[in-house]
Design a protein around this ligand. Structure first.
Ligand code: NAD
Ligand code: LMR
Length: 329
């Protein structure tokens, strides 16, 4: 018997990430090849944006996706989020050349307060929320705080792109395939302060740290390359990453819903106090996922270098949080 369709909301649906994301969701890449989906697409009320959204929907129609059980366009989060099982909050103002994420904090805080309230009012009580729009961790924090009747654990931020970037750098350095790399993850904020940690990573049971053997490469090449990759792509493309961001969003939600088969991955999730991160801060942690739930990997030791890096990214997040406190009532 066919499964009941799942409702997936995507905000910023006419944007560049939206264009790389929607076709893959409708194709079954997000929730499985046997899972029908209904797309509930939100754009700003602006005539041009709504018209562009209609154009994207025409193209989705023209793909005749067998799993697509319905699709609607919205200009109001209260209708877009009605009964949704998954909400991908992509729509935000993207960072341009020379801008840091912090610059966008105030403008985006407004958006995520409204959207958090709408999720609180009308989404499924089990909705899984992924915030992609930057500054992603703090936007997820705002949405979570604006939705007090939903479980806080349902709100997550995207660190998976950073995780995937770290995987590809390690694969290139070791000459091994990405699929062979285990136990790599990223701590903290989706910003250049993130700390990609390969101390526990393994390839075919061998320590990646031992294979690389050179701590200077970690400090001087790996961490800056992964941390500044978003900026490097903006510099090169004149636009922020889109297809790789959409791909990471798919990876994040697919693993959350369908499980990571015991593999470690990275999600930005509200801290439960693990590793001394204050409760509620949306922080990149190593997680495993099973049965629609994530679990923070416990018991990892944190050496002095790692603690220093974790403190830097945590302090940045606390500062961002402080900057939006007045908007949270
Ligand atoms: P884009 O400008 O191409 O598209 C954004 C879309 O969102 C636009 O169509 C805009 O009209 C819409 N939008 C703006 N405010 C909205 C609102 N309140 N409700 C609904 N829609 C709204 O941008 P993009 O390249 O698709 O990037 C989207 C966001 O994702 C940016 O904030 C970008 O910085 C971020 N991003 C995050 C990551 C990550 O790893 N977390 C990676 C890449 C990009
Ligand atoms: C990225 O990491 O590619 C994005 O967050 C883009 C940006 O705004 O830095």
């Amino acid at each position: 018997m066919a499964k009941t369709p799942m409702r997936v909301a995507v905000t910023g649906a006419a944007g560049q990430i939206g264009y790389a994301l929607l076709f893959r969701i409708a194709n079954g890449d997000l929730l499985g090849k046997d899972q029908p989906v209904i797309l509930q697409l939100l754009e700003i009320p602006d005539e041009k944006a709504q018209k562009a959204l209609k154009g994207v929907m025409m193209e989705i129609d023209d793909c005749a996706f067998p799993l697509l059980a319905g699709m609607t366009a919205h200009a109001d989060p209260m209708t877009a989020f009605k009964d949704v099982d998954v909400a991908l909050l992509v729509g935000a103002r993207p960072r341009g050349p020379g801008m840091e994420r912090k610059d966008l904090l105030e403008a985006n805080a407004q958006i995520f307060t409204v959207q958090g309230k709408a999720l609180d009012a009308v989404a499924s009580r089990n909705v899984k929320v992924l915030v992609v729009g930057n500054p992603a961790n703090t936007n997820a924090y705002i949405a979570m705080k604006s939705a007090p009747s939903l479980p806080a654990k349902n709100f997550t931020a995207m660190l998976r792109l950073d995780h995937n970037r770290a995987l590809s750098q390690i694969a290139a350095k070791t000459g091994k395939p990405v699929a062979a790399i285990e136990k790599l993850f990223v701590w903290g904020n989706h910003s250049p302060t993130m700390y990609a940690d390969y101390r526990y990573a393994e390839i075919d049971g061998k320590s990646v740290k031992d294979m690389i053997g050179d701590d200077a490469w970690n400090r001087d090449t790996f961490l800056p390359t992964v941390g500044k990759r978003g900026g490097a792509i903006i510099e090169a493309r004149g636009l922020s990453s889109a297809a790789s961001a959409a791909n990471a969003a798919i990876d994040h939600v697919r693993d959350w819903v369908l499980g990571s088969n015991g593999k470690w991955t990275t999600m930005g999730v509200p801290s439960d106090g693990s590793y001394g991160i204050p409760e509620g801060v949306i922080f990149g942690f190593p997680v495993t996922t099973d049965n629609g739930e994530y679990k923070i990997v416990q018991g990892l030791s944190v050496d002095a270098f790692s603690q220093e890096r974790i403190n830097v990214t945590l302090n940045e997040l606390l500062e961002e949080q402080g900057g939006v406190k007045h908007l949270l009532g």
